[in-house]
Design a protein around this ligand. Structure first.
Ligand code: NAD
Ligand code: WQD
Length: 341
């Protein structure tokens, strides 16, 4: 019998791609989503890719009785991936309570139910945002975290602290926080991908929308940073590589002997690329000119951050398959597919 993995936020960008990876690795993903930041059409795309429809609960993860009924109904849940959260950094500054309530509240509900139903293994969506502007590059898991510069970032740090505290209480829940760097791209089928809400805040959807003619121009936020071409550097990881890291994280947790356990793992490519390099690579793979201008720095941006992924390579037995060219090719294919709709 296939192992069931509860996937909160499974209709979202990373969750839907991870559902594919879980299915391919022999698991049954059970999706919980309230569609606050996703579309039900995602399920159709998923079904076309994997050939079956997946169990789905349209539920708010903060609704404990509803979540409890999922644990009861599904029975033998082997593990949980907690993607469900709000993720807009700027919005979190304007509406901090909304972020603390959803991102922390949902984790607490889940942990209480996992303890109650003796579901042991949890993979949590954390972020490289916990490092702020690190003093050393690339960042390892030992690199000290910095005070978060947004309530969103703080929710990720607080959730990590909660998971760490659980080990001290001898909780039976064993968890891994995967610290994602910048997820980009889409499934090669272009049946699922990133669905930005309104004007994209993130670089890649803004680039693809500009190339598609939806946006007139993209502004590069600053070219006076202390980097080779003056623009910020990030570690852009293909979303399917990131998805695979989640299935490997369950294999890792299964190998853990301790009853109570918590670990953090960077998931990136290990390579940093500047904004201008991204634009140049996109133009090369898409054959499209991107209309851009250099503007002011964006408040809160760190100059550069990219991962040391030795730990993920070693303990997860995982490595990336896709490079930036492939990520941008897939992002562009997805944008073109969206434009047809
Ligand atoms: P997303 O918004 O596409 O997906 C999140 C999903 O969770 C959405 O489908 C949304 O409807 C759902 N959701 C939110 N709150 C819910 C609730 N209370 N109950 C049920 N469903 C709820 O975001 P994503 O990019 O797929 O991110 C997934 C996770 O990864 C988030 O925790 C995010 O903070 C984290 N993360 C994302 C990035 C990134 O750049 N995309 C980087 C680092 C970490
Ligand atoms: C990437 C680079 C911008 C848009 C955010 C969150 C982080 C994490 C990932 C969740 C930066 C530049 C962007 C534009 C630009 N999410 N840029 N023009 O800021 O690295 O990280 O998403 O955990 O917490 O903060 O990603 O895609 O917004 O920006 O020049 O129109 O592109 O300055 O250097 P970021 P991003």
């Amino acid at each position: 019998m296939k192992k069931k993995i509860l996937v909160t936020g499974g209709a979202g960008y990373i969750g839907s791609h991870t559902a594919v990876a879980l299915h391919n690795a022999g698991y049954t993903p059970v999706i919980v989503d309230n569609f606050s930041n996703s579309s039900k059409n995602v399920l159709q795309g998923l079904e076309k890719i994997i050939g079956i429809s997946l169990p789905l609960y349209e539920i708010d993860c903060n609704d404990k009785p509803a979540m409890k009924s999922v644990f009861e109904k599904e029975g033998n849940i082997e593990g949980v991936i907690h993607f469900a959260a709000y993720k807009a950094v700027g919005e979190s500054v304007k509406e901090p309570l909304k972020y603390y309530q959803n991102n922390i509240g949902s984790l607490l509900v889940l942990l209480e139910l996992m303890e109650q139903f003796e579901v042991k293994n949890l993979v949590f969506s954390s972020s490289c945002t916990v490092y702020g502007q690190p003093d050393e590059l690339p960042v390892t898991e030992q690199t000290p975290t910095k005070p978060a510069n947004s309530p969103y970032g703080r929710t990720k740090q607080m959730c990590e602290d909660i998971l760490s505290d659980l080990t001290k209480s001898k909780s039976p829940v064993r968890s891994v926080a995967l610290r994602y760097f910048n997820p980009v791209g889409a499934h090669e089928s272009a049946l699922i991908g990133e669905l930005p809400n309104g004007v994209p805040a993130n670089l890649i959807p803004f680039v693809t929308q500009t190339a598609a003619g939806i946006r007139e121009q993209i502004t590069v936020f600053g070219n006076d940073y202390n980097t080779a071409d003056g623009t910020c550097i990030r570690d852009y990881i293909h979303v399917m590589d990131l998805a695979d890291a989640h299935t490997k994280a369950f294999e890792y947790l299964d190998r853990v002997k301790e009853t109570s356990f918590y670990d953090t793992i960077n998931v990136g490519t290990g390579q940093g690329n500047s904004v201008l390099e991204v634009l140049e690579t996109f133009e090369k793979v898409s054959g499209q000119k991107v209309n851009y201008r250099i503007g002011d720095r964006r408040e809160g941006d760190v100059e550069q951050v990219y991962a040391n992924v030795d730990k993920a390579n070693k303990v997860l037995n995982w490595e990336t398959k896709y490079d930036l060219e492939r990520s941008l090719t897939d992002a562009w294919r997805w944008e073109q597919e969206l434009s047809k709709k």
